[in-house]
Design a protein around this ligand. Structure first.
Ligand code: HPA
Ligand code: ZN
Length: 346
């Protein structure tokens, strides 16, 4: 790890905003801002039970994961046409560009849409065309990861995989999201084994609200390459050693954890503990339209609350590139850009 030159505390927020970084845990449906929800509601003739943007935003007072998911799935109900999926992803990718995100791996929840009669092709083509456009017009590298909803059955996950396979060239991996407690990773062991045979990357949400045992089974039974959230791992010292030794990245989402009451205050977040234990922790926004901030807001607020340093900033950005599913040569170029950004700042 290169020694990071001393940087004055008051310049840290600017450094955090300026440094190149990858975002690896963003549910694209969670980037749908209330303004866009109402625009799509109008243009698609889908009623939503809120009078306007302000009333909808006021409803974003969550007590746990499920209280958020209920509103998140309602918000996604306005997405109907390929253009809607494109516009949603494009709005996020423009934000990503403005925040010096050079790589984004976007989760999407096809079952939320296919259950309403939207074709898999519509979902994937709309999102994928925005990713391709981001590469060409913004210089932002973007890829898709298809998530299975864990509150549904493994049979339904298999059906979803079947529907998606004609478009396998348009997504790079699969993940597991939605209600965690009561739906352990092992419920999806067979479908993940199939995805592994197909050469897809594998990730899963584990240890957001669920116990460390869910992180163990995600690793040992699903054989995932990254853990999404994983913050509950700090309750299990043996698991912490495993994650550090095998360099299993955690895609941590501090403002999400705050909004969903996983930690009572940002000051009590365990990101520093994860980094100090040598874990490949990264910072991400999860569902930025619902949780009060995009990626740079996650960085600046968490650093202000927990007193992390410029050295931590460098480590988190370097971790984000290491943890990404981009090509090694591309990762090296981003690491060089990161070091150049820090050298410029010294
Ligand atoms: N956890 C689980 N499922 C989700 C999340 C999350 O943070 N965001 C969107 N779906
Ligand atoms: Zn998530």
């Amino acid at each position: 790890m290169p020694a990071v030159p001393p940087i004055a505390a008051e310049r840290l927020p600017e450094l955090l905003r300026r440094m190149p970084k990858a975002e690896l845990h963003i549910h694209i449906e969670g980037s749908l801002e209330p303004e866009l929800i109402f625009e799509m509601s109008r243009r698609n003739g889908i009623a939503i039970p809120y009078a306007g943007v302000e009333e909808l935003r006021r409803a974003y007072a969550f007590t746990n994961l499920q209280s958020f998911l209920d509103i998140y799935y309602a918000g996604a109900s306005v997405l109907i046409n390929e253009r809607d999926f494109h516009d949603m992803a494009w709005a996020y990718l423009l934000k990503a560009k403005a925040e010096n995100v050079v790589r984004a791996e976007l989760f999407f929840d096809p079952q939320t849409h296919t259950a309403r009669g939207v074709a898999m092709e519509t979902v994937i083509n709309g999102l994928h065309s925005a990713c391709t456009r981001a590469g060409a017009e913004l210089g932002v590298s973007a890829s898709l990861i298809l998530c299975f909803l864990r509150h549904l059955s493994e049979g339904e996950a298999f059906e979803t995989l079947e529907q998606a396979l004609p478009f396998q060239d348009k997504f790079i991996g699969v993940g597991l999201d939605s209600s965690e407690v009561g739906h352990p990773p092992e419920k999806f062991a067979k479908v993940f084994a199939r995805c592994r045979e197909l050469g897809l990357h594998l990730v899963a949400h584990a240890g957001e609200e669920g116990p460390p045992s869910y992180v163990w089974t995600a690793l040992d039974l699903l054989k995932v390459e990254r853990i999404d959230h994983g913050v509950q791992s700090s309750k299990d010292p043996q698991l912490m050693r495993r994650l550090a030794q095998d360099r299993i990245p955690l895609t941590v989402c501090p403002l999400s954890n705050l909004k969903l009451c996983v930690f009572p205050a940002l000051e009590q977040h365990n990101l520093r503990e994860l980094l100090d234990a040598g874990l490949v922790a990264t910072v991400n926004s999860d569902d930025p339209a619902y949780f009060g901030g995009y990626l740079n807001e996650n960085f600046t607020r968490t650093f202000a609350a927990t007193g992390l340093s410029a050295q931590h900033a460098w480590q988190l950005a370097a971790n984000s590139f290491e943890a990404s599913f981009a090509e090694p040569e591309q990762k090296r170029r981003w690491r060089d850009q990161l070091d150049a950004a820090f050298a410029q700042f010294a």
